[in-house]
Structure formats: C-alpha cells, structure tokens
Design a protein around this ligand. Structure first.
Ligand SMILES: [Cu+2]
Length: 361
C-alpha cells in the first residue's frame, strides 16, 4: 500500500511557505508523532488494520478452499447440503463482537481526549480564509505561520471568513473543520520541537492546495515570543504593508502581475484599469482605499465580486502601510520619502500633511 500523505508532501508544487524538512521523518505508515494524540491514534489504527487483514485473509482463504473442494465435477454427488449450525454461528458473531467493543472503547477514549481541552491550555485564535491562515496569540502578536511551545497544551478557537476549511496537522493527528458563521475548537499538546505542516483538508476553492503553512514547536515560551514578535512601530510602512499583505491579501493576490482569485497587484500603481461596466479608472490612493473598504463598488473587468470588505477590519494606519507596499511593487511609482522611515515617524509626517492624524489602533 502507498503512503499517500507522504507521497503528496513530496510532489507538492509551488508553495508560499518554506519547506518543512522535519515533516518527512516518521515511519512508513505515519508522519512523525509530535503530539500526545499519536499514542491514542497510531496503535488503534494498526489494531484495526491487522484485524481487518487477518479476517480478510481468513475469509477469502476459506472461500477459495471451499470453492475448489466442493466444485461440481463428474462423479461428484451432493449427498446432503449444509443448512445451519447454531454453535458455529453464535461463535462467529459473538467473538468478533468483542473485537468491535474493543475498537469502540479505544476509539471513544481517544476521541474524548481529543475533544476535551485541559484547563491550563493557552488559547490561540485561528482565522481561516481563502487561501491562508492567520494566528493571534494571547499577547496580541499575529502571524501566518503557527508557533507553539513544546509540552504546553494549546486550544485553537477557529473561525472562517468565507467558506468551509479544515485545520489538519498530520504530525499532531488532529483535524477539525473550520465553519463559517460559528466557532469551532480543537486542542493539542505538542511533544516535539521542530517544524511540521498544517494543511487545509476541506476543498475550499481553486487555490485550496496552497492553503498550507508551517507549525514551529519551540522549546520555551521566550523562543516562541521572539518568533511571533514584530516591531510594527520601528519598521517602515513598506515592510509593515508587506507583512499585512501576506496575512490578509496574499491568499487571493500575488505581489507580481500574475492573477489568482484577484488580479496580481504588482505594477498596478498609476495604471488605467478597465472595470466590469466598461468604464476605466486610474489606480491611485483613493481607488486603492475604495478597493479595500468597498470592493464591490468598482469591479475589475474579468473578476467576480469575491473580495470581502475590510471595513472595520483594517484601521487607517494599516491601509496606509498596505498602500505603501503595493505602491512599492510598481518600479516607476514615486515613493514618498516617509514610506522609508520607521512607521511611528512616518505617521507623524503624514498626519502633519493631512492636518490630522490617522486613527490609532
Ligand atoms: Cu481552505
């Protein structure tokens, strides 16, 4: 039999995230066992596998034996046809019944373990959208790759911003649907340091196969906090914009001119865009802002009205950073000097120019 998950991991194509070499360790049957659930799941899987194999071989073996032994042939006369043997029938119903009870008890115990979060778990908020993941930590940090602490139970509070997705980390043996319009929960206690893979396992649109990211398990809380920390105020608006873009927009937009669900945003600044109604518009500050807050107002020709509004979800600073980044993707666009200053200073400059400061977070 083929190890399908392993095969898929090896043939996967272009990816938004770095490769995770640790993923390919593990046995022929299983990915690496990196959470406490592996000890519930793996032995039960092997038990069911071997029981099925033994019964399959036994049943098919006897069947073939009887077909040959009792075949119709010249000189062979049927004396008495078998009809019923109560003792035999009870034996072959009741004895395998014990096996089924064993599967059930083992399976239910594992299932309840996977459903009931221990009280000391930290909570991480997970946002799934076409086609990326976003993680929010208790200290306010946010990332597109997941960072956990070894031996620290963590509960995921998950929501979808569009369609059905599913959160799956094979090395953790944990999987849970992420359903629009409600929260779903799952938890895990990682036991191994390393980098593992997180996949969306519910077909969610044309780039579903790219909806995957890395899970890094750190040895200590300090290492984790270092990995998730990002100094928004000290970085330039362009860099901040890039980080936000990767978090909120890269699922649907490339930073080149290659189209995805939405148009590629590389090189669009100053360009004349043809809209669905045949009119044209120049890509400038106001068009950009409107595209984010009210995407349906001016649809680009050839695209569906699929972009969600970010009204109330991005503040003015964040839109300013995104604008800085998208602008920097057009080589001949004029980049204002303040876009290369640390964000905190850039904001003051822009505030002076506008006569008012953009709303703080
Ligand atoms: Cu998905």
């Amino acid at each position: 039999m083929l190890n399908l998950i392993g095969l898929l991991a090896q043939t996967e194509s272009e990816s938004l995230v770095p490769e995770a070499p640790a993923y390919r360790e593990g046995s022929y049957w299983f990915p690496e066992a990196a959470s406490t659930f592996a000890k519930d799941v793996d032995p039960l899987f092997m038990l069911i596998f071997w029981v099925s194999l033994v019964f399959f071989a036994g049943i098919v073996g006897f069947m073939i034996y009887f077909v040959i032994k009792y075949r119709d042939r010249p000189g062979h006369k049927v004396e008495k046809s078998a009809s019923h043997n109560t003792a035999l029938e009870i034996a072959w119903s009741v004895l395998p019944g014990f096996l089924l009870i064993w599967f059930f008890v083992d399976g239910a115990t594992g299932f309840f373990n996977m459903r009931v979060t221990p009280g000391n778990a930290e909570q991480i908020q997970v946002i799934a959208r076409q086609f990326n993941w976003e993680f929010h930590y208790p200290n306010g940090d946010a990332t597109t790759e997941l960072h956990l602490v070894r031996n620290r139970p963590v509960e995921f509070v998950m929501e979808s911003r569009d369609v059905l997705h599913s959160f799956f980390v094979p090395a953790f043996r944990q999987k849970q649907d992420v359903v629009p319009g409600r929260y779903t929960y799952t938890w895990v206690k990682p036991t191994k340091e390393g980098v593992f893979r997180l996949y969306c396992t519910e077909y969610c649109g044309d780039s579903h196969s790219l909806m995957k990211t890395n899970v890094t398990v750190h040895n200590t809380q300090e290492e984790r906090d270092q990995a998730t920390f990002y100094p928004w105020e000290d970085e330039t608006p362009i860099k901040n914009g890039q980080r936000l873009f990767n978090m909120k927009c890269s699922g649907c937009h490339n930073n080149t001119d290659v189209k995805k669900t939405g148009p590629g945003l590389g090189g669009i600044w100053g360009k004349t865009e043809t809209l669905a109604d045949g009119s044209t518009v120049e890509v400038n500050d106001n068009y950009f802002r409107e595209s984010i807050l009210n995407p349906g107002a001016k649809l680009v020709a050839g695209y569906a009205n699929q972009m969600p509004s970010f009204q109330g979800k991005l503040n003015d600073d964040q839109i300013f950073w995104l604008r800085a980044y998208i602008k920097s993707l057009t080589p001949d666009a004029k980049i204002e000097d303040e876009l290369n200053l640390p964000a905190s200073e850039a904001r003051e400059k822009v505030g002076e120019a506008d006569g008012e400061k953009p709303a703080a977070e």
